[in-house]
Design a protein around this ligand. Structure first.
Ligand SMILES: Cc1ncc(COP(=O)(O)O)c(C=O)c1O
Length: 386
């Protein structure tokens, strides 16, 4: 018997790169990882301590489908502390990472066949999840002409739409929408009756630009959030969504059936995460240094077009003056022991011209990788020139 047609989603090319990198590492080569999209730090100490205590003291049974009340309350308070906005606790749903939150939100908000816009480049898994749910994915192209963010003009061209997914800071570009840009998108969605899903998973990791949550702007927007990035808790599989009032009950019913609840140990420990800001901001300070190293390195290596790297830990650089992105990534692995992610993972049409460099790994690794890349680029242009 054959698998379903809707399971025919694209593989993640970055996984192929990781596999090749593992093979090289097994052969004794030190590989410099600029493909990794996760913090290399552990969860903050307060979280680990809370987890250790819960492991001994708590029964760790199922929780209510929308999460432990204390965690939901703490998340609501976070919105007051960070954004100065009052979010009612009953609109907070605790989820299995942003990934679980996105599945719940998409099933609750859309019907099979609905058209949902997603930026290209954009996070590949969302595109694939929507496809697997029998939704029609509509690419909304973003590029230098739109400062790499969706604009009402680009959205207009994608009509008709039932939904729109935006991420700020974005993966793979790191680009953030300004308050005015997000207001324009939210207003456009309200006028066109389009459900806005705002992925804010990289909030907390930004370098000067204002972080604006869609929850400040429109109570019909769905906010997707996670403990994976700023809170440095990828493997704890914990996230949350802020839901419009009308989606709370549908999401609760779906969560009861699909997941029962998010991991209890992670929920109990996650409450402590919001009081670990000093440690977490220390991680961000290191990302800030690495970002500078990558931006300076890419400039020295002659990469002239780079998307605004406002946040997250990614730089998205245009590479087509050197060749096809996937070929280049293979070559860099073979010749320089550097792994990076070809843009094709994020943009099926234009991604072959771009590479995502992640700087979540250690500063030493990033610095050495950039040194090698600059030397390679200079060597190459010397040979071309002479
Ligand atoms: C933009 C974006 N959204 C969502 C996710 C999924 O994260 P989680 O670990 O919370 O499921 C990722 C993971 O890399 C991401 O980059």
């Amino acid at each position: 018997m054959k698998p379903s047609r809707r399971s025919e989603v694209a593989p993640f090319f970055v996984m192929e790169m990781m596999k090749a990198a593992d093979e090289r590492a097994a052969a004794g080569v030190d590989v410099f990882h600029l493909e990794v999209g996760q913090p290399t730090t552990a969860a903050p100490e307060g979280v680990r301590r809370a987890a250790a205590a819960a492991l001994i003291d708590d029964r760790l049974g199922y929780t209510p489908a929308l999460g432990i009340p204390e965690l939901r309350e703490r998340i609501a308070r976070w919105y007051d502390e960070r954004y100065g906005v009052a979010v009612p606790t009953d609109r907070v749903a605790v989820t299995v990472g942003a990934s679980g939150g996105f599945v719940l939100a998409a099933v609750a908000a859309f019907d099979a066949g609905d058209r949902v816009g997603i930026t290209a480049p954009g996070y590949a898994a969302y595109r694939n999840i929507l496809r697997a749910l029998d939704l029609e994915v509509v690419s909304v192209g973003v590029d230098a002409a739109t400062r790499f963010v969706p604009t009402p003009e680009r959205l207009e061209a994608a009509l008709p739409l039932d939904g729109l997914v935006v991420a700020s800071p974005s993966n793979p570009t790191g680009t953030m929408l300004t308050r005015d840009e997000l207001v324009a998108v939210a207003r456009w969605c309200a006028e066109h009756d389009v459900r806005l899903v705002s992925d804010e998973i990289y909030h907390g990791i930004s370098y000067g630009a204002e972080e604006v949550s869609a929850v400040e702007l429109w109570d019909e927007a769905v906010v997707i959030q996670s403990f994976s990035k700023y809170f440095s808790m990828t493997g704890w599989r914990l996230g949350w969504t802020i839901l419009p009032a009308g989606l709370v009950r549908p999401v609760e019913r779906l969560a009861q059936n699909l997941f029962i609840s998010a991991p209890t140990l992670s929920q109990l420990a996650g409450i402590a995460a919001f009081d670990c800001v000093e440690e977490l901001d220390g991680n961000v300070a290191r990302y800030r240094d690495r970002r500078r190293i990558v931006l300076d390195g890419l400039a020295a290596a002659g990469f002239e077009e780079v998307a605004p790297a406002d946040g997250a830990f990614y730089v998205y650089a245009r590479v087509d003056h050197l060749g096809d992105a996937t070929e280049l990534c293979r070559r860099w692995l073979d010749e320089l022991a550097i792994t990076a992610t070809p843009g094709i993972d994020f943009d099926p049409d234009g991604g072959h011209r771009w590479v995502r460099f992640s700087y979540s790994e250690s500063t030493d690794q990033i610095a050495e990788a950039m040194r090698r890349l600059v030397a390679w680029a200079r060597d190459r242009s010397r040979h071309r020139g002479g």
